[in-house]
Design a protein. Structure first.
Length: 380
């Protein structure tokens, strides 16, 4: 699908950051099935409505992950470095090279810390990072990524490649030592290992393996995009964690911040092996209601306005709702509903009005048994 030229001429309106200026909106009931009846049982949700909701999210927001992308064989997992006295002796650090589709194709670097002294397999928090595994912890032994890194990390990169200057840059956000001290493991992968975050990044990531070889081919409206590739990568990381006896694979939480919070929500929606789904400030296209016009909008984030947005994150269909969010047959609470009946945690920053914290709060509220849109029986 090609964007009409009128998209490129659209003028971005001022962002709304005043509650009094939010226009009226309505959101659809996630439990009203396609035939119009209300779903009231877990059986009906699991057997019928969940699939309908999944298709709506695929077709209108994130795209369809190709069935061919599901690994046919067990991943090849190589331990490239390990230390049983990491983090001051509190943890065992293991670094892997993982080939999810065998010896050929994509390779990603998985960093794992598990607590020493655990009496059994440990629950693990798994999330993608923005700038390389080395940025998540103050640990000089963590390997640097070899793939493209954004220029937003200009002070700690060189020619879009990571350098040692970035070590520990975001350690305060990951809190590895705190996690292991409380009995949890921490696993992370650089998002760019699955797809670098720029419009042409798909050529270097997993989507290239499943893209049409015809240069004249037009993308389908529900073609998968960068968020889909990242979500796919989180599932492949879980495949690897399942094969580590120090990990309790039944208790792996998928986590993410901002755009990677969108990826964690989509990964958790598709892959029911994740025991807990966590997003932080996932904003527009994540947990925040899209029909509620506040802060960042569909048009801004999806690239409707020239020079703005991230159209490579979403299925081509998504941008067609720019300035017409009322026409969307769903909203972001549909994504959140796909986590049910597993626990979901949506975090927001009160002062990040661009991400619409109230909209992020209202999304989960649409799934509360006490609200009109969600029957407690549907949770089972």
């Amino acid at each position: 699908m090609l964007l009409p030229l009128l998209f490129l001429a659209a003028v971005m309106p001022p962002a709304i950051d005043d509650e009094a200026k939010v226009p009226p909106y309505t959101v659809p009931d996630v439990l009203i099935a396609n035939d119009g009846h209300k779903v009231t049982t877990a059986k009906e949700w699991n057997e019928t409505r969940r699939g309908e909701v999944m298709k709506l999210v695929q077709d209108h927001i994130y795209g369809v992950t190709p069935a061919a992308a599901a690994p046919k064989d067990a991943p090849i997992i190589e331990v490239v470095e390990s230390d049983k006295n990491a983090l001051g002796g509190k943890a065992t650090r293991t670094q892997y090279k993982v080939r999810p589709s065998g010896k050929d194709g994509l390779v990603f670097d998985l960093l794992l810390y598990t607590p020493n002294g655990a009496k059994g397999p440990s629950p693990v928090f798994l999330g993608l990072n923005f700038g390389g595994n080395h940025t998540t912890v103050n640990d000089p032994a963590v390997l640097l990524p070899s793939t493209w890194v954004s220029k937003q990390w200009a002070d700690v990169t060189s020619n879009n490649r990571a350098t040692a200057k970035g070590r520990g840059l975001q350690a305060s956000r990951w809190q590895a030592e705190l996690l292991v001290s409380r009995g949890y493991g921490l696993a992370t992968v650089y998002c760019g290992d699955f797809e670098p975050d720029h419009p042409e990044g798909w050529k270097e990531g997993i989507r290239a393996a499943y893209a049409s070889k015809d240069p004249a081919a037009v993308r389908a409206d529900n073609d998968w995009a960068c968020i889909g590739a990242w979500a796919w990568g989180l599932s492949r990381a879980l495949d690897a964690l399942e094969r580590n006896p120090a990990v309790d694979a039944k208790r792996v939480a998928v986590i993410g911040h901002s755009r990677l919070g969108k990826a964690s929500l989509w990964a958790g929606a598709q892959d029911t092996r994740f025991a807990l789904v966590v997003s932080n400030e996932s904003g527009c296209g994540g947990a925040a209601l899209g029909k509620r016009i506040f802060g960042e909008t569909v048009g801004v984030i999806a690239g409707y306005y020239k020079g703005r947005g991230f159209p490579h994150w979403f299925a081509p269909k998504y941008v067609t709702y720019a300035e017409h969010e009322d026409r969307m047959p769903l909203d972001q609470h549909y994504v959140l509903a796909l986590t049910a009946p597993r626990p979901l945690y949506v975090a927001s920053a009160v002062e990040d009005r661009w991400a619409d914290p109230k909209g992020e709060f209202l999304g989960p509220c649409m799934l509360n048994p006490s609200s009109n849109s969600w029957d407690a029986k549907a949770w089972g």
